[in-house]
Design a protein around this ligand. Structure first.
Ligand code: FEO
Ligand code: CA
Ligand code: CA
Ligand code: CA
Length: 679
């Protein structure tokens, strides 16, 4: 074994390939004009928000439960005090910190068994096999939902995504070596041990498992429950929608182009109005290499040389389930090899967690890109289904899907996601915006411009969006739809490569991030125009012209990622300061990654939680009664340096403490008085 860092750029777990070479406006001039018009650069955030959404101004004073700092208010809330907790300070310790009156407990860590393997429930070990991992919860927890059993708030299914892995914490062979966070063991002959690869693939995907509150009020997972299931990078899946059966997805595995194997890099999620789960495929491109890379593949960041992200294609056994990640053509036609394998990834994938035999379905009508996740507007009987999804890479776009068929609760199902219109957002400087349809034959999407079918438009979603003139954004992460006003909020996490500001992405070198929001032009969300505004700018509390965040000590945060509205319209905001920046340089004052809650109705914003060392906070949901919150901690200890790793000095041992390997885990949060979380 030797340590290899085959491509340092690609070892970055936050690797977001920048592939957009279109000349679409970066919006710099647009926002500058808009902010100037609204006096933002002079009057701060409050002035910005008061623009089209109206309402209260930004005020300071954090920490109290009866008065507090406010941001981005959009109107009165009748005096109700939605955010009732006292803010916690910035955190730097290796633990979870929540407000007084709240308690936390980690359940469901990576490697905890949920299924049996050969009659046993395999506990976590550095010597676990690939088969053990298929019976255990995956790694790098991300999007998360609670599906109640018979509407219960004390008995349900947790369904969560596993975005990626940190191989050095997985394998005995890595211990004692100066491995960085993306480094994996490799043999002298450049092959990888097959079972290590299998274990890594089985640590990807989705976990579904039963959780229940016992008589003493303690939540626990139920290993071996009949609903428990693992979906991995190997699970057979259907393709549906316009791309199904097209030449773009015909492979040796599925000559008919109707099936594929596995899902990759599942970041955030979505929950359909018919109560199924959608897993996203975000940074899947780096798992593929093609030494004869096509233009279409380069637009997504498929590698042109070297190995893939974890070199799975170099598994010793040479089985096709591994070699398929090298998609360089070897055969005469596409059904002789895996040249089309990357076209089978980049989708939103549906599964019904209540049906253990449901074969996951990749819904191609929702487009192919680095899907952060998807969020649905509340369904309206008789109206089309509307959902939103961001493409999280620098200078990529935000999309909306509107189903062709109307929603009827009695008959709703995944078929509604198979036909409809995919739109991409254009943000105009006057605060209006347009949804530009990505429909073959419409506008620029014609044979004269190289587009040949709707399947082609969808497989090349990014190029289609380039062609219609979409607005390049600062890395769209999670979206959230306000449960009553239906305003849509999206986190734009950062973009340090931006050199031209615009009104929707108002900072050059945007290292802090911001949150944008819009209101559709009609009530059902099917309109092709909208009004938009900036909800808040993240950053330190200073008043420089660049910053204008105006967030106080109880509020300040950067790099928003997870967003979720609870039923009372608290907006939960989660942060993902990258591993290369956490607790360093100008990021040091923000400490470890955190979660905050905001009430957009009165502008109150307060820090609710800080996490352990090296992690990001991502994924949040409550039970229907809002008395239990589940939240994910991803990649604790990821900031351990190679030298410290070699010495066994991991900078986190969360959640088990002592000398334990740090492990991603789901956290249960309860309020000691039994009240609603956040109240
Ligand atoms: Fe996986 Fe865009 O965060
Ligand atoms: Ca991340
Ligand atoms: Ca994310
Ligand atoms: Ca992120």
């Amino acid at each position: 074994m030797d340590e290899r860092n085959l491509n340092p750029v690609h070892q970055d777990p936050n690797y977001e390939p920048e592939c957009n070479i279109s000349d679409n406006r970066t919006f710099g001039s647009i926002l500058e004009a808009r902010l100037a018009r609204r006096g933002v650069l002079k009057g701060g955030l409050a002035a910005a928000v008061a623009g089209i959404f109206g309402g209260a101004a930004l005020t300071g004073c954090g920490g109290s439960s009866s008065s507090g700092s406010t941001v981005g208010a959009e109107g009165g809330n009748g005096g109700a005090d939605l955010i009732g907790f006292r803010a916690v300070p910035i955190g730097e310790g290796d633990s979870i910190v929540v407000p007084e009156g709240y308690s936390t407990k980690a359940i469901g860590a990576w490697g905890d068994p949920i299924l049996a393997n050969n009659g046993n429930f395999p506990e976590f070990s550095l010597n676990n096999t690939g088969a053990d991992q298929a019976a255990q919860i995956g790694s790098h927890h991300d999007g998360l939902h609670y599906f109640p059993i018979e509407d219960s708030s004390e008995d349900g299914l947790l369904v969560l995504n596993h975005e990626y892995i940190e191989p050095r914490y997985m394998h005995q062979a890595a211990q004692g070596q100066a491995f960085g966070r993306g480094t994996f063991p490799i043999n002298d002959d450049n092959t990888r041990e097959t079972d290590q690869v299998l274990r890594e693939m089985n640590a990807h995907g989705v976990s579904i498992y039963r959780v229940r509150k016992d008589a003493a009020g303690e939540w626990a997972r139920i290993p071996g429950d009949a609903f428990n299931r693992r979906i991995t990078a190997l699970t057979p899946m259907e393709l549906s929608g316009p791309v199904r059966g097209s030449d773009y997805v015909k492979t040796k595995y599925s000559p008919a182009g109707t099936e594929t194997r596995g899902t990759l890099n599942n970041c955030a999620h979505g929950v359909t109005p018919w109560n199924t789960y959608l897993m996203s495929e975000e940074n899947w491109a780096g798992y593929f290499v093609n030494t004869e890379r096509t233009v279409a593949q380069s637009r997504y960041g498929v590698r042109a040389s070297g190995t893939t992200r974890y070199a799975w294609e170099q598994a010793e056994s040479g089985e096709e389930q591994y070699t398929r990640f090298n998609v360089t053509p070897t055969g005469t036609t596409a059904t002789d090899d895996f040249r089309n394998e990357p076209n089978c990834f980049g989708w939103m994938v549906e599964v019904d967690p209540y049906n253990t035999s449901y074969k996951p379905v990749k819904r191609t009508a929702l487009g192919r890109f680095a899907h952060e996740g998807v969020v649905f507007a509340p369904a309206v009987e008789g109206q089309p289904v509307v959902c939103y999804s961001g493409d999280d890479a620098r200078f990529e776009y935000i999309y909306k899907f509107v189903s062709a068929q109307p929603y009827h609760a009695a008959t709703a199902g995944g078929h509604l996601l198979d036909s409809g219109t995919l739109y991409v957002a254009q943000f105009d400087e006057d605060g209006s915006g347009q949804w530009l349809p990505l429909v073959f034959g419409l506008g620029a999407l014609t044979p004269a411009n190289g587009f040949t079918s709707q399947a082609d438009v969808l497989v090349r979603t990014r190029e289609s969006a380039d062609a219609v003139g979409a607005t390049k954004m600062d890395r769209a992460e999670w979206g959230a739809v306000h449960p009553t006003t239906r305003e849509v909020y999206f986190a734009l996490t950062n973009n340090t490569r931006r050199t031209e500001a615009d009104t929707a992405n108002p900072r050059v070198d945007n290292r802090w991030g911001h949150i944008i929001r819009w209101q559709e032009g009609n009530e059902s969300g099917t309109a092709t125009s909208f009004s938009w505004d900036i909800f808040l700018l993240c950053g330190p509390q200073d008043d420089s012209e660049f910053n204008q965040a105006g967030l106080d000590e109880d509020q300040k945060f950067v790099n928003p990622d997870g967003l979720w509205f609870d039923a009372d319209a608290r907006l939960w905001i989660q942060t993902d300061i990258g591993e290369g920046s956490q607790n360093q340089r100008e990021f040091a004052e923000f400490g470890n990654n955190q979660m905050l809650a905001a009430d957009p109705a009165n502008g109150v914003l307060r820090r609710f939680l800080t996490g352990p060392v090296g992690q990001e906070i991502t994924g949040v949901i409550t039970t229907p009664d809002q008395r239990t919150m589940f939240m994910n901690v991803q990649h604790p200890g990821a900031t351990t340096t190679p030298e410290a790793f070699a010495a066994g000095n991991f900078n986190s041992s969360w959640p088990f403490g002592g000398n334990n390997i740090p492990r991603s885990a789901t956290v249960v949060i309860t309020k000691d008085d039994g009240g609603k979380i956040g109240s």
